[in-house]
Structure formats: structure tokens, C-alpha cells
Write a protein that binds this ligand. Structure first.
Ligand code: NDP
Length: 293
């Protein structure tokens, strides 16, 4: 069963959630969500750009009663599409996501990307537009439409800029984080401000298929996996969770969905944690927002 972390505003967030990037269509989503909920997942990560919010909304209506779960027992995250940055636009986008999901409020709403789609990464308007989006999110939070708010793909620079200007500090930062991309500076900035760091691509999934699952086949990961008699995927998830970093592994394989929850059933030694951390290559398998002004 899932464990929880307390966000800075007192809200409990499951430390593991189900990722749904590229999981689309009711036929795929139904067995995926059904298996996840039955196994004990209580958190689902989606985004406007994943184009699956409406299907997830439909399935929540079907699955929550079937599993005798109240709305509050499931934690839903969605994200502002990078095309929807700006004053009023962010508010409309969030309300649009709520409508698709069939919810009156969302547990966590994130700015997906610090830049605006359709503008160059170096565009001088990016900082203003993302601040305007944050102002909308602060209002949505105060109005109870979002129970927690946060950012995604913000580097230390983007986060410091936000912390300097915000009225409400982000509760969560979701970013790529795994043993091939260790970010101690970002993690310590988050810890300093009581922002929960939530990792994506914990298993090193990449947008370029030729590099697929390089992390899952790393020799050190495989040797630790043998030592603890758990799968390489579980070792990578445990490495994050043991540092109080949230994880949202994506899977449509029903056995993987179930087994990923075993992350709470074992521990890594300090030596094994250090070995994994020492694999750092500053390698991004997914997006790198460093160039976004
Ligand atoms: P993950 O690191 O979660 O890896 C997913 C891949 O790993 C899939 O190919 C899956 O295949 C495989 N997998 C899952 N469990 C196991 C297992 N136990 N053993 C072997 N293989 C396994 O990648 P994602 O990039 O999907 O990231 C996770 C989630 O994070 C996304 O779904 C999304 O919700 C979020 N995300 C957010 C981003 C952002 O910009 N904020 C960017 C990217 C992701 P299979 O289905 O066959 O199990």
C-alpha cells in the first residue's frame, strides 16, 4: 500500500503515483488504472498535453465506486500546457482540465514547462508569462480549485526567480531525476524551501528509442538488483524514495504496475545508495530546460 509525504501546506501526497505519459485511450487506460487502484496506487499523474484527462475523468467515475473509494482518497495531478502560459490563460486551462477530469478541484496543478510553446527558449517574454501563470495559480489555490500548486522542469535558476517573486511558494517540483542525472543543488534548494521533489523518468525512459532503458541495464544497477534480489526498476525507484523523492513510474504492463509498489518492501544500504548516486553523468533522457530564459 502507498505511503504518503506531507507537503508544506499539510496536504498528504502519495510518494508513488502512476505516470500516464503516452497512455491514451480508454481501452489501454481502463486495465492500467484498474490494476493500479486495485494494487494500492492512490495517485495519478496526467497533463493537458498527454491528451488523456477526459478518459481518466471517465474512468475515475467508474473505478472509484467500484473500489469503494471517495474522491479524497485519490490524488490527481495535472499540468498547464506550455501553450497556455499567461494571465487568464492559465486559469482557463486549469478550469478546462478540471472539467475534463470531472473534478471540482485538483490535488496538484503544475506549470509543466518554464517556457511558452511557440516562443524560442531564449525569448525575453518567458519569465513574465510564467510569472503571470503563477499568479493565476496562486488565485486558484486561494479559491480552493487547486489543493497544492507547483512547477515542473524548473532549474535552480527558474526556481530561485519564482521564490523571489511568489506570494505562495510551490509545494512540489517535478523534474527528471535518477542516478544518471543527480541534481544535489536543486534537491537542496527544494529541501531548504520545503518543496517536495518528485522525480520523473526514474527508470531512464527516453524520447529517443535507441537509448531506451540504458539505465535499467546499467551494470551497477544490475549488481545492486542482484544483491537485494529485486528488479532493476525497483532498485531505481527505491533509490529515489529512500531520499524522500516522489516517483511516478509509468507502465501499462500489469505485472510492472503491481511490482513497482514493492518499493516499500525493502531498503538499500548506504553503500548501495552511494554506488547508485556515483553513476551520475548529468545525462537527460527526457527534456532539458536549461536553455529556457
Ligand atoms: P519511466 O521512467 O516511468 O519509465 C517508463 C518505462 O519503463 C515504460 O517503458 C515502462 O514500460 C517501463 N517500466 C515500468 N515499470 C517497469 C518495470 N517494473 N520493469 C521494467 N520496465 C518498467 O518514464 P516516463 O518518462 O513515463 O516518466 C514517468 C511519468 O512521469 C510519465 O508517465 C509522466 O506522468 C511523468 N513525466 C513528466 C514529465 C514532465 O515534463 N513533467 C516528463 C516525462 C514524464 P511498460 O509499460 O512496458 O512497463
Amino acid at each position: 500500500m502507498t505511503k504518503f509525504v506531507k507537503l508544506s501546506n499539510g496536504i498528504d501526497m502519495p510518494i508513488i503515483g502512476l505516470g500516464t505519459f503516452k497512455v491514451r485511450g480508454v481501452d489501454v487506460l481502463r486495465p492500467t488504472l484498474e490494476t493500479a487502484i486495485a494494487a494500492g496506487y492512490r495517485s495519478i499523474d496526467t497533463a493537458s498535453v498527454y491528451r488523456n484527462e477526459a478518459d481518466i475523468g471517465l474512468l475515475l467515475k467508474e473505478l472509484l465506486p467500484r473500489h469503494e473509494l471517495e474522491r479524497r482518497e485519490i490524488f490527481i495531478t495535472s499540468k498547464l500546457g506550455p501553450k497556455d502560459h499567461g494571465k487568464g490563460r492559465c486559469r482557463d486551462a486549469c478550469l478546462g482540465s478540471l472539467e475534463k477530469l470531472g473534478l471540482s478541484d485538483i490535488d496538484l496543478y503544475l506549470i509543466h514547462w518554464p517556457g511558452t510553446q511557440g516562443h524560442a527558449p531564449g525569448d525575453a517574454g518567458n519569465p513574465t508569462r510564467r510569472l503571470e501563470s503563477w499568479r493565476d495559480m496562486e488565485q486558484l489555490y486561494k479559491q480552493g480549485k487547486c489543493r497544492a500548486i507547483g512547477v515542473s522542469n524548473y532549474t535552480e535558476r527558474h526556481l530561485t526567480e519564482l521564490l523571489d517573486q511568489c506570494e505562495i511558494a510551490p509545494h512540489v517540483l517535478q523534474t527528471e531525476y535518477h542516478p544518471h542525472l543527480v541534481r544535489p543543488g536543486l534537491l537542496s534548494l527544494c529541501q531548504q524551501h520545503n518543496i517536495l521533489l518528485q522525480a520523473y523518468s526514474s527508470l531512464g525512459t527516453t524520447v529517443s528509442p535507441e537509448q531506451k532503458n540504458k539505465l535499467l541495464h546499467d551494470e551497477t544497477v544490475l549488481s545492486v538488483s542482484k544483491e537485494v534480489n529485486r528488479s532493476p526498476a525497483l532498485v531505481l525507484l527505491r533509490w529515489a524514495v529512500q531520499q524522500s523523492i516522489g516517483v511516478i513510474p509509468k507502465s501499462t504492463n500489469l505485472e510492472h504496475i503491481r511490482s513497482n509498489l514493492e518499493v516499500f518492501d525493502f531498503k538499500l544500504t548506504n553503500g548501495q545508495m552511494d554506488k547508485l548516486t556515483s553513476l551520475d553523468q548529468q545525462h537527460h533522457y527526457c527534456w532539458n530546460s536549461e536553455t529556457v530564459l
